[in-house]
Design a protein around this ligand. Structure first.
Ligand code: BTN
Length: 266
């Protein structure tokens, strides 16, 4: 698999030499974190054929069966303050949509902030994790983890995910070449890493175009609090501007946002 990915990656991509492949691993994000803590450079990519403990946002798990999906993590070392990376998950979502469209002809939508979706079913997700240097207060490294369901059939999902998850194969009717998707994603992430801090406005304009949450009735869940509202806008820092049913407006940047009609919020 590693050779197949490399043969689809442009010879000029400098990240070719720092690609780590595992048949099985607990979590590519966990492995990437270990490598980063040992000094691995920007552009180190970890890909696995299967994850036994794939992790999602808000402490959730990410179902990662063998040979069905793409499970990839990347180490970045941007020289900046953490506040300048608020849009990193959004930029990664745009890169993932670009790669999926390039390889399959189908462009996923994004459910704010980190879910890739197809017709209100989950196609994949993004988990970004930052480590801050305590001395300088700047970013030491960022781990970007992306999971995409590629060739799952309905029966490949556990029963609790069958109604809410889908795959690129289901979306397009054709098998998805995981090796080509991995190579396209690495190339897109390379471009994204170069544009992240200098083309934030353009990246966020594309994120808004891909985001299916905008204009929808939503439920914002934080700790014990549940509030209904409408998603009005995505700001340049990636936060979601919400108008609640009592007229109060707020930029939401953490917690869970459920969209009416999706994943059980009916
Ligand atoms: C989510 O759905 O909340 C995010 C899912 C992110 C899953 C990917 S798969 C590759 C990387 N390794 C992990 O353990 N998680 C991310």
């Amino acid at each position: 698999m590693k050779n197949a990915i490399l043969s689809n990656l442009p010879a000029a991509c400098p990240w070719r030499d720092t690609l780590h492949w595992y048949d099985t691993i607990d979590s590519t994000n966990t492995r990437a974190k270990q490598l980063a803590a040992q000094g691995a450079p920007e552009g180190t990519v970890v890909i696995a054929g299967q994850q036994s403990a794939g992790r999602g946002r808000l402490g959730r798990s990410f179902h990662s069966p063998a040979g069905k999906g793409l499970y990839l993590s990347l180490i970045l070392r941007p020289q900046c303050a953490p506040e300048q990376l608020m849009h990193l998950t959004c930029a990664t979502a745009v890169a993932a949509c670009n790669a999926a469209e390039e390889v399959t002809g189908y462009r996923p939508k994004v459910k704010w902030i980190n879910d890739l979706v197809c017709q209100k079913q989950k196609l994949g997700g993004i988990l970004t994790e930052l480590s801050i240097d305590p001395q300088s207060g700047k970013v030491d490294y960022a781990i970007i983890g992306i999971g995409i369901n590629c060739n799952h059939r309905r029966e490949d999902f556990p029963s609790e995910l069958r109604e809410i998850a889908t795959s690129l194969q289901n979306a397009t009717g054709s098998p998805c070449p995981v090796d080509r998707l991995a190579a396209a994603l690495i190339s897109q992430l390379f471009t994204m890493s170069r544009e992240l801090l200098c083309a934030q406005g353009r990246i966020m304009a594309q994120y808004r175009a891909d985001c299916m949450t905008l204009g929808q009735q939503i439920l914002v869940l934080r700790a014990e609090e549940k509030r209904y509202g409408t998603a009005e806008a995505v700001l340049d820092d990636g936060s979601l501007l919400v108008t609640y049913s009592d007229g109060h407006r707020e930029a939401v940047s953490s917690g869970e946002v459920s969209v009416r009609g999706m994943y059980g919020y009916i």
